[in-house]
Design a protein around this ligand. Structure first.
Ligand code: NAP
Ligand code: ZN
Ligand code: ZN
Length: 412
């Protein structure tokens, strides 16, 4: 596979891709490759060091604890302020990661603003981490110094319950440890990726193949996997018509991934300015879902909907777009104080299922990275320095992200 460097949205250096013929292979082939580990073994070199990491890997970091700094919230109102702290010393299975990028997910805002629960402050959010391994614990086997890696929303789980044993640690029956805002195994609170450094158990670290720029890898860790997992679960593929509601971080990845799986994609957006982008990402049909817009001509046209909208919105408008026995999967998570309403007749009319889905397991996240590499799928990103996080949060809430802000810490 060839890649070339060109400009991304922000006009900075970043990986961009020419379609080399491996781009639109069937989804089955990809799944088979990923399941067989062929992605890592054949197409991609698992251990590599590009220019910046090589310099990092020469520096000796020891076994820690490691000094780190990040942008923390000290209250739900913010603003973010610099916090200096320490990452724990390496346990036998830990890797120390010098972070280079972290995507900004709307969930960071929900957490920071306490839309879901009471948080413990100071809080460093961020769960779309990408960086380079600079030190490894004594029994680490998957990674070495110089490995390019990503970390998503979880950094540990019980490992012995049913979901954990089947690779779905996101549904751990005993509660997983989230990348931020969770009680870690040593009793301290985890702090996320808006920071320069992290120490993570290797079982919760994702290998990033050479063809994927680290800046692009971050958003795959949450936005990408959160839509990939339900698209797979509900067997999206050739012959299926899929609706994607909300064209933001998750939504734009959903369009690209569903199109690469061979589905016909319809986007429902409230932003008329995003219509052309949606088509460019692979949507065949784009509906501007403005207040009062007539959706009747799209009635019973879709086999599946993935809804990524982060706040309360009218689901009763969307359900009639589904064919009989189809599913609306809500991955957007609104404020707990403003639950969604579905009237009794909405679902019974066409035996519709209303479902949800939470990120994806570690194995599935690795598979998603290989899927993106194989199909030349990358998030559209805008790189920002740490000092611009508050500004980015405002823009995300205003639906202005095009389509993922990524904090660039390569100079930190
Ligand atoms: P995002 O980048 O802000 O995108 C959300 C999109 O939804 C916006 O671009 C906008 O698209 C639409 N939207 C926003 N506010 C709206 C409103 N008030 N009414 C109608 N439409 C609105 O957010 P994201 O990072 O993709 O995250 C989306 C949601 O998924 C968040 O709630 C997040 O917490 C959740 N999430 C869930 C999981 C999970 O495991 N289930 C994982 C990650 C994130 P248009 O301009 O096209 O209308
Ligand atoms: Zn997220
Ligand atoms: Zn478990």
């Amino acid at each position: 596979m060839k890649t070339k460097l060109s400009n991304d949205h922000a006009g900075r250096e970043s990986g961009s891709h020419e379609n080399t013929g491996v781009g639109r292979r069937s989804f089955m082939l990809t799944s088979t490759l990923a399941a067989a580990g062929a992605g890592a073994a054949g197409l991609f070199k698992p251990f590599s060091a590009e220019a910046a990491p090589r310099a990092e890997s020469k520096k000796s970091y020891g076994q820690g604890p490691f000094p780190a700094e990040g942008m923390a919230l000290y209250s739900s109102e913010g603003p973010h302020k610099l916090m200096k702290f320490q990452r724990r010393a390496l346990g036998p299975k830990d890797v120390a990661i010098k972070l280079q990028y972290c995507g900004i997910c709307h969930s960071d805002i929900h957490h920071g603003r306490q839309h879901w629960r009471k948080e413990t402050f100071p809080l460093i959010t961020g769960h779309e981490l990408a960086g380079v391994v600079v030190a490894v614990g004594s029994s680490v086997s998957k990674f070495k110094v110089g490995s390019r890696v990503g970390v998503g929303c979880m950094v540990n789980s019980c490992r012995h319950c049913g979901p954990c044993e089947s690779g779905m640690e996101q549904y751990c029956e005993n509660g997983n440890v989230l990348t931020y805002g969770s009680k870690d195994r040593d009793g301290s609170m985890t702090q996320g990726g808006y920071s320069t450094f992290n120490v993570v158990d290797e079982d919760f670290v994702i290998d990033i193949p050479d063809v994927v720029d680290l800046a692009h890898a971050g958003p795959m860790m949450c936005a990408g996997i959160t839509v990939y997992s339900p698209l797979r679960r509900w067997s999206v593929g050739p012959g299926k018509k899929v609706g994607v509601v909300g064209l933001g971080g998750l939504g734009h990845m959903a369009v690209k991934i569903a199109a690469a799986m061979g589905a016909e994609v319809t986007v429902l957006t409230t932003s008329s300015a995003k219509v052309e982008d949606a088509k460019r990402f692979g949507a065949k049909t784009v509906i501007v879902n403005a207040q009062g817009a007539d959706l009747s001509k799209y009635r019973r046209s879709l086999d599946f909907i993935v809804d990524t909208v982060p706040y309360q919105h009218d689901l009763e408008r969307l359900i009639p777009l589904l064919k009989m026995d189809a599913t609306l999967c809500m991955v957007g998570v609104g404020k707990t104080t403003e639950p969604h309403q579905i009237g009794p007749f909405s679902l019974l009319r066409d035996r519709t299922s209303f479902a949800s889905s939470q990120i994806g397991g570690i194995r599935e996240t690795q598979e998603l990275v290989h899927f993106c590499a194989l199909h030349d799928i990358r998030p559209e990103i805008i790189k920002i320095p740490m000092a611009k996080i508050d500004d980015a949060w405002t823009k995300v809430v205003d639906k202005q992200a095009r389509y993922r802000f990524v904090i660039d810490m390569t100079h930190a």
